[in-house]
Structures are given as structure tokens and as C-alpha cells.
Design a protein around this ligand. Sequence first.
Ligand code: XMP
Length: 308
Amino acid sequence: MLRPKEFIEGAINKIKDEIGDEKAIIALSGGVDSSVCSVLAQEAIGDNLTAIFVNHGLLREGEAEQVCGVFEERLNFKYIDASDEFLSELEGVKDPEEKRKIIGRVFIEVFEREAQKVEAKYLVQGTIAPDWIETEGKIKSHHNIALPSGMVLNLVEPIRDLYKDEVREVGSELGLPEKLIQRQPFPGPGLGVRVIEALTRENLAICRAADAIVREEVEKAALNKQLWQYFAVLTDTKVTGVKGDKRDFGYLVVIRLISSVDAMTATVPEMPWDVIRTISKRITSEVSEVTHVALSISDKPPSTIEFA
Ligand code: XMP
């Protein structure tokens, strides 16, 4: 069984030994893994760590503010609003794999620019056990990463032997806010994989507003602890509706409430119907562009958790 206090002490000493007096960077997403790693590395090497939080314009409502609020004071923290850059590269792109590739490439470009500014030699990463166990044998425990510019960063992975529940225990011991520790997983490409059309500021705002209602209602009903993820997807389907006494033609939003232990498989659990109805009613009345809400009832497999 993990002893969080001892783990933290050991991890800090190990990071100190590995990085010494050199500079390091970490891509902080605000998820529990990168948050825990950022705090451990900051405790170990102080301001020689720069934690870079990139806003790609695909974040959820309130997310940038929340991450900045938690870390601005606690870390040597750099917030980069790169949303214009991401959205202009993504303009007109509908294919999900193409979107993912562009988001990944632009992320590396932005991150690399920042890494060069601080002359980092090390990259701290929040890899956890399930991330590498499946590919065991192919990954060495000490390895380097070459950025496209030719800059080579040594990888430091302080929590690579932990599982998610253990990372959460360490996060609690480090005094991170409960809301952040219990945060549901959120994919790197963000709302980019939950808006099926080519991305625009407008359709992202619709998805973001619907998603905020799903989160609010699920958390209000305290169902979040039973769920792996809970979110809204903005489809590219338009549906006839009636609002007031006028015909409307708006978007179909799908809500996805899913249970899982490791995201390899997932099931749709039974949920209180009143919560689902409230979510649906709120989305169609508060998000004017939406006329219809559907509930996804597909497990993984055969579906995946995300829609794209
Ligand atoms: P799927 O959709 O493959 O998702 O069933 C499994 C889990 O992985 C998350 N996910 C991602 N996480 N980058 C990430 O960091 C990604 O590109 C990505 N795609 C999916 C998803 O949210 C779910 O928890």
C-alpha cells in the first residue's frame, strides 16, 4: 500500500538527484497527474522548474481561470493563451484524426518555443503506470525526447509507478484542492474531439455551455464519484424544434455519462431520470442554438468514450 508522505519525500529526493541545478519544464494541463508532478518538481528544484499551461481554446468553461487560480502563486507558472494560433490552424478541418494531429503539432510548437526561452534541459512528465504498462519492453525507464528543433530534453517521470487512485492520494497529501484531485479525465485535444463540425469559436462556445450544465447537474446530484466521465458532445446534426411557438432548427447535443476503471472498457450506468431530464431541459432552454438533447447509451466496446 502506498504511503503518500514517504512517497513524496522519496520522489522529491529523486527529482533533486536527477535534475540537480539544471532547468526543467512541465506541460501543466490542470489534470491530476501533471498537477501532482508540477508540485513535486517545484518542491524539489524550486523555480528552476517552469510549469507551462497552454490554453488551446478548447478548454471547458472556467478551466483556464481555475488552473491559473490554483497554480499562479504556488509554482513558477506561465500561462500561454495560444487559442488564436490553434483555431486558425484548425480552420475548416472536420476529420477527427486530422484535428488531433494539428492540435498535437501546434501544442509541440508552442511548448517548444517556451522551452527554448528558459533553456530547459529536462522535461518533467506525469506518465502513470497504465500509460506504459501495455507497451512494456518498448519503453526504457530513462529516456530522452527530441523536439522538432533538435532540442533534446531528458525525461523525468516522478509518478510512473503510480495508479490514478494513488496519484490522487499523493495530491491530497500535497494539499491540492479536492476539486482538482477528483477532476474527471479530460482529453488533451479538449473540446476539439467533442465538437463534430470543423471548429469555430461559436460552436466551441455552444459545446462549452452544454458541457458546463452537464457538469453542474451531475456534481449537484453528487453522481460524479460514480462516473469516470460526464460531458456533452455537439453533433453536426440539426434538428427541427419548437421554442415558444416558433419553429426552430438547431443542434443535437448528446450527453455521455460513463463508468469505467481504466477507460479501456466503459459502461453506461443507470442514472436518476430526473437529473437527465433537468440536464436536457436546461440545455435546450439556456443554450439557444440547441433544439434537441439525446443520451448516449452505448458502452465501450463497441463505442469509444469520446465521439471523435
Ligand atoms: P476513448 O475515446 O478512446 O477514450 O474511449 C479513452 C479515454 O482517453 C481519453 N482520451 C484522450 N486523452 N488525449 C488524452 O489525453 C487524447 O487524445 C485522448 N483521446 C481520448 C478519453 O477522454 C477517455 O478518458
